[in-house]
Write a protein that binds this ligand. Structure first.
Ligand SMILES: [Fe+2]
Ligand SMILES: [Fe+2]
Length: 531
């Protein structure tokens, strides 16, 4: 649960790991109710050349290929795809994944793609991932079957807009009746140029979530980062076996339908929060996420922790982390990578820092390194295991969720203010330290602060805030901090304009925090001399 009133320490008293919960649930739910089984995995196969490149498509599931169109007594023409969501492949210049959902099983799902919306000349088979959720322990909800479809496309041209349509037997976007399924995406440019990206966490399904999505779409970002607690199908989120009583897989249908208006055009790059561990599907709780998303795997965690990956867009490297691995506060998945994720983070940041053409390292994940809310405050695990790595590589910006507010720190090093960053200031991570943002106001609910709000046009600064960080093994350690520079209790997101260096000047990230009303509530600039 993510209300300030929750007794988190009490919840930890009888903790089970995610793997133990998975075992427990599987042993308690009758096998008779498990009709379809879990994920359908499939490899990728090469397809014919695509618009001058080599396209790659995922192989469709044989089980659905052989299933008749009338499997549910419904012709394919009546089954409309929904919930389209784009994701980058490993290289955003040439690789994209188009994902979507259908309400009933379909035959031979596919994507059509082309350089004009009326000429989707290339047809690529899609992979099917079925997800079956039985009636879970102590739940009154019915069983649910969900059909997620994914087409991984490679061999694209950099800096190019493509149009696509999704379909299946009986529903072809090349036909006018199904033309509404046509969307578009644009690959990353070959050379760095100006672009915008957006970010938030803790969205769920709500009018506030819709309002933020609309504002984000209006900014036409190159991509969006979702810092976890994606939809709250698990509304409890305590990482405990009792969560299954309230778990509602159908919330994902609502979420993907809500998100389609923006994610059908803007790569929607998610990572995993505490509410995204779902014990039924797999021992690590991420089986459901693997069914719904195809995030860029890079050899580390693509098959175990879908929320840990990286990609490069222009002069910026983005690193997503699965903070459930290090959280002291909610430890159901604590240590699942055995330190592997932190070692990968260290290697990845070092490599990007050395890579020519990359100026900025942006890291996003769920649990906060630094926040002062009365609900979760700061996670001692993040501070102990990752902050030293961020400081070692002079990370330029850290974006978190988990606390349902907007909060922004001064530049920090060693837990202390290393450079005060007032609204409108410029900071240089190479010498000043790192600014940490909590952008958890995407739409779920709102928390509160122990100090008054202080944001652009309503500044109400205080010198110190008394807060805490979670301790290993449970409990809280009181902190008196000076780094809480901007606080806003309201629905919001951040929008970052990335400007590569020109004529010997610095490259800049101009960060704006935008309220649900459209008003700007904070802005500052991160500058770095290009190498
Ligand atoms: Fe959370
Ligand atoms: Fe949350």
């Amino acid at each position: 649960m993510d209300t300030p009133q929750m007794g988190i320490a009490a919840r930890l008293a009888a903790k089970m790991s995610m793997a133990e919960q998975h075992e427990y649930l599987r042993s308690k739910v009758s096998r008779r109710r498990v009709v379809l089984g879990g994920l359908t995995a499939a490899g990728t196969v090469a397809a014919s050349g695509l618009l001058g490149g080599t396209a790659q498509a995922a192989a469709p599931s044989p089980s659905l290929l052989t299933r008749p169109a009338t499997d549910h007594g419904v012709h394919g023409a009546l089954v409309a795809p929904f919930g389209r969501h784009l994701q980058f492949g490993a290289d955003p210049k040439t690789q994209f994944t188009i994902s979507w959902q259908v309400p009933l099983a379909v035959v031979r799902p596919f994507v059509r793609i082309g350089l004009q919306p009326w000429s989707l000349s290339h047809k690529i088979d899609a992979e099917v991932r079925e997800l079956h959720t039985p009636q879970l322990l102590n739940s009154k909800l019915p069983p649910v079957d969900q059909y997620y479809l994914h087409a991984q496309i490679g061999g694209l041209r950099p800096g190019t807009t493509y149009y696509y349509g999704v379909g299946h037997d009986g529903f072809d976007p090349a036909d006018s009746a199904a033309f509404a399924s046509v969307g578009s995406f644009t690959t990353a440019p070959a050379r760095s140029e100006r672009f915008t990206f957006t970010a938030f966490g803790d969205q769920g399904v709500s009018y506030h979530a819709l309002a933020n999505d609309a504002l984000i779409l209006a900014r036409n970002p190159a991509f969006h980062l979702h810092a976890g607690d994606i939809c709250y199908a698990d509304p409890d989120g305590s990482g405990q076996a009792s969560d299954s009583a309230d778990y509602d897989a159908r919330t994902w249908d609502q979420f993907l339908a809500q998100t389609e208006s923006v994610a059908a055009r803007v790569p929607w790059m998610v990572t995993t929060g505490n509410h995204d561990m779902e014990a039924w599907y797999s021992p690590n709780g991420y089986g459901g996420q693997h069914a719904r998303w195809t995030l860029p795997g890079d050899g580390f965690a693509s098959t175990t922790q879908p929320g840990a990956y990286s990609f490069v867009y222009g002069n910026t490297a983005v690193i997503a982390l699965d903070a459930n691995d290090v959280s002291y506060e909610i430890p159901a998945n604590y240590g699942i990578s055995g330190g592997g994720q932190t070692a990968w983070l260290d290697r990845t940041l070092a490599a990007y820092r050395k890579q020519r053409g990359i100026d900025f390292l942006v890291v996003f994940f769920h649990h906060c390194a630094y926040s002062t809310t009365n609900s979760h405050a700061s996670d001692g695990g993040v501070q102990a295991e990752w902050v030293p790595v961020f400081e070692k590589h002079q990370v330029d910006l850290v974006i978190n969720g988990h606390n349902h507010v907007y909060e922004r720190t001064d530049a920090i090093r060693g837990g202390q203010v290393s450079h005060q960053v007032q609204i409108g200031d410029t900071t240089r991570p190479a010498t000043d330290g790192t600014v940490y943002i909590t952008a958890g106001g995407a739409g779920r609910s709102l928390y509160n602060f122990p100090a008054p709000d202080s944001y652009e046009g309503h500044e109400n600064q205080v010198d110190t805030v008394t807060t805490w960080h979670s301790a290993k093994g449970g409990g809280k350690v009181t902190d008196t901090v000076h780094w809480s520079r901007v606080r806003y209790t309201g629905y919001s997101f951040i929008s970052v304009d990335v400007e590569p260096a020109r004529a010997g000047r610095e490259s800049t990230l101009t960060v704006s925090a935008i309220a649900e009303t459209g008003d700007r509530i904070d802005h500052f600039t991160v500058a770095r001399r290009a190498d």
